[in-house]
Design a protein. Structure first.
Length: 191
């Protein structure tokens, strides 16, 4: 039941993004296996470049593996760490580009259930909530960083670190000059 719902939902999202075949038309009949934690989803590229779900393929041209943590960081933060790719790298790159630009037309789906106006309002409220949550998280993290830099002195400010690096560089240059002078003095004494 859950697997059927997942597959229906993915197929629905793919159908909403009718630009996908133009990106995959050069990868006809290729299979990509995506493993996110213990979840495995397999796709095949159709003759017109459309992306379709398949179950238990005999082989995969490309395998993309990541943890759930890496998946959420990729989706939310656009951070591409902890991802392992095996096989056709060009196919993986094009597939990744699709994942970065794919969108769920939530407003359209909600309008089918609640009507256009309510669907639009719910979508706008959701976007506002997400934006405000990100902004609040950013403000709290900036306040914590400032506290740790100014009050608690756990973290160093970037300017302080840069000043320290400059001081170390100057000290190193001065030490090199002194060493060169000492060598000259030693050479003069030995002559």
């Amino acid at each position: 039941m859950i697997l059927r719902f997942r597959n229906s939902f993915i197929a629905h999202i793919l159908n909403q993004n009718d630009w996908i075949p133009s990106k995959l038309v050069n990868h006809k009949k290729k299979v990509i296996k995506v493993k996110i934690g213990f979840v495995e989803i397999n796709f095949i590229v159709g003759d017109r470049g459309e992306l379709r779900l398949i179950e238990n393929p005999e082989h995969a041209d490309t395998i993309i593996q990541m943890s759930f943590d890496a998946f959420f960081k990729t989706i939310i933060l656009k951070e591409k760490k902890g991802i392992k790719i095996d096989g056709d790298i060009d196919f993986a790159k094009d597939f990744s580009e699709i994942l970065n630009h794919i969108e769920w037309d939530l407003e359209d789906d909600l309008s089918l259930i609640f009507g256009d106006i309510v669907g639009h309002e719910i979508t706008q409220a959701g976007k506002s909530f997400i934006y405000q949550s990100k902004r609040n998280l950013k403000e709290v993290s900036e306040a914590l960083v400032e506290f740790w830099q100014e009050e608690n002195k756990i973290l160093s400010r970037k300017e302080d670190v840069n000043d320290f690096i400059k001081d170390v560089d100057c000290l190193s240059e001065e030490a090199d000059r002194i060493e060169a002078r000492l060598e000259k003095l030693i050479q003069r004494k030995s002559i």
